[in-house]
Design a protein around this ligand. Structure first.
Ligand code: ADP
Length: 448
């Protein structure tokens, strides 16, 4: 096991990783920008180093500076968390030059899975079901029209380099196609520096179901069950649960073995997630996330496996301590993302000072938070400030605990997604487990 690692991230995920380090007796190094001088996570590390300028490109995305700090502090590895450098293959390249490990998969895997066209092509070859669509970038409008017609409307135009729900446009008829391609190309080029877009079939009311993978350097690959993440806004997740309410033993075996096949085909190592869209009994590969995900705690809650500790063990060369048959699912877990956003103003960010704070607790409640009373949420970064996770013997108990925990959770001074989550937990369709990715749009009335 490593003696010391650097956590190239901030907020709740930095604390989460530092907690795993503490339990494994690994020293942790925090880095912080000028905007994070008073951030909670900096107190959880054994050492902390300033990054200066708060703009992401000059701080948490600044590979050179981060590697210099790793060398200065004597850290043997870097954990990138999620976001920032988590899926940036340059981190691995630069770390290798400096003899530092990255806690995550290889740079080649990050590169091929980071590109939606490449990843779909690979998955098709691996024998994993993928959504019908083009396997190459769109260059010619007439060709695009022919492809869309062959697939059948509605279709979705997507940026190959896209992420975070950015660079996607649904097209219901041919008249809208040209404009959708042009606008997606321009969004893709300004956000990702790559204007390549492709077309695939648009599934009208799918469920987003994903599988957690763990793979070591010795060829062992297992899945740690499924999560459903269909409650989204602007294609971004807000509520996740594990397992999916529709999951059966047979479906889990089928989708789980596709997920393992996918990871095996690309020689995946570390923790990762294979995302699928599920519709009318069929499922299709959507993308692979080559990092630990925001929603990992719900998997931890139902399996008792600490995924961050597993990542650290894998990165230091250990063999997985479990086989597929050892993975047991106990009960049900739900996660609500607590964002400093105004749910009544289309989830607009609402950073500022927290003037009142009381955290929830009690049976079955886990709070992974990066904030505290009198903390000022900076404007520079993501609006997610904490994650509330509840677990119970079954879905009803997990929901009851979430309702109770949300009513205990008080955050004053900034608008948060807490009222939105309360409304969803009361929604009869949610209680029935009747979910799809347009749930929020469809039930917006009740939520407002
Ligand atoms: P990103 O990489 O930006 O997160 P994804 O490809 O993972 O984008 O898709 C995010 C979400 O967008 C999905 O969970 C789903 O709600 C929606 N989506 C993406 N592709 C399709 C599709 N072909 N049909 C219907 N919805 C889709």
């Amino acid at each position: 096991m490593f003696d010391k690692i650097l956590i190239a991230n901030r907020g709740e995920i930095a604390i989460r990783i530092m907690r795993a380090c503490r339990e494994l007796d690994v020293k942790s190094v925090a880095i912080y920008s000028d905007a994070d001088k008073t951030s909670l996570y900096t107190n959880y590390a054994d050492e902390k180093y300033a990054l200066g300028n708060p703009s992401p490109s000059k701080s948490y995305l600044n590979i050179e500076k981060i590697i210099d700090i790793a060398i200065e502090s004597g850290a043997e590895a870097i954990h990138p968390g999620y976001g920032f450098l988590a899926e940036n293959s340059n981190l691995g390249k630069e770390c290798k030059k400096n003899g530092i490990s990255v806690i995550g998969p290889s740079k080649n895997v990050i590169e091929s899975m980071g590109d939606k066209i490449t990843s779909k092509k690979l998955m098709r070859k691996a024998g994993v079901p993928v959504i019908e669509g083009t396997d190459k970038g769109i260059n010619d409008i007439d060709e695009a029209k022919k492809i869309a017609e062959a697939i059948g409307y509605p279709v979705i135009v997507k940026a190959s380099a896209g992420g975070g729900g950015i660079g996607m446009r649904t097209v219901y008829e041919e008249d809208e196609l040209v404009r959708a391609i042009e606008s997606t190309q321009s969004v893709a080029s300004s956000n990702f520096g790559d204007s390549t877009v492709f077309i695939e079939k648009y599934l009208e009311k799918p469920r987003h179901i994903e599988f957690q993978i763990l793979a070591d350097d010795h060829g062992n690959i297992i899945h740690i069950a499924d999560r459903e993440c269909s409650i989204q806004r602007r294609h971004q997740k807000l509520i996740e649960e594990a397992p999916s309410p529709i999951m059966t033993k047979e479906l889990r075996e089928k989708m789980g073995s596709s997920a393992i096949k996918a990871a095996e085909y690309i020689d995946y190592t570390s923790a990762g997630t294979i995302e699928f869209l599920y519709s009318e009994g069929d499922y299709y590969f959507l993308e692979m996330n080559t990092r630990i995900q925001v929603e990992h705690p719900i998997t931890e809650t139902i399996t008792n496996i600490d995924l961050i500790k597993e990542q650290l063990k894998i990165a230091s060369g250990n063999e997985l301590a479990y086989e597929q048959k050892d993975i047991q699912i106990n009960g049900h877990a739900i996660e609500c993302r607590i964002n400093a956003e105004n749910p009544l103003a289309d989830f607009a960010p609402n950073p500022g000072k927290i003037t009142g704070y009381r955290s929830p607790g009690g049976p079955g409640v886990r709070l992974d938070s990066g904030v505290y009373m009198n903390y000022t949420i900076p404007t520079f970064y993501d609006s997610m400030i904490s994650k509330l996770i509840t677990g119970g013997r079954n879905r009803n108990e997990a929901i009851a605990r979430m309702k109770r925990a949300l009513s205990e959770y008080i955050i004053l001074g900034v608008k948060t997604t807490i009222p939105f989550h309360k409304a969803i937990m009361r929604n009869p369709h949610f209680i029935e487990g009747n979910l799809h990715t347009h749930f929020v749009d469809e039930h917006r009335k009740g939520i407002d």
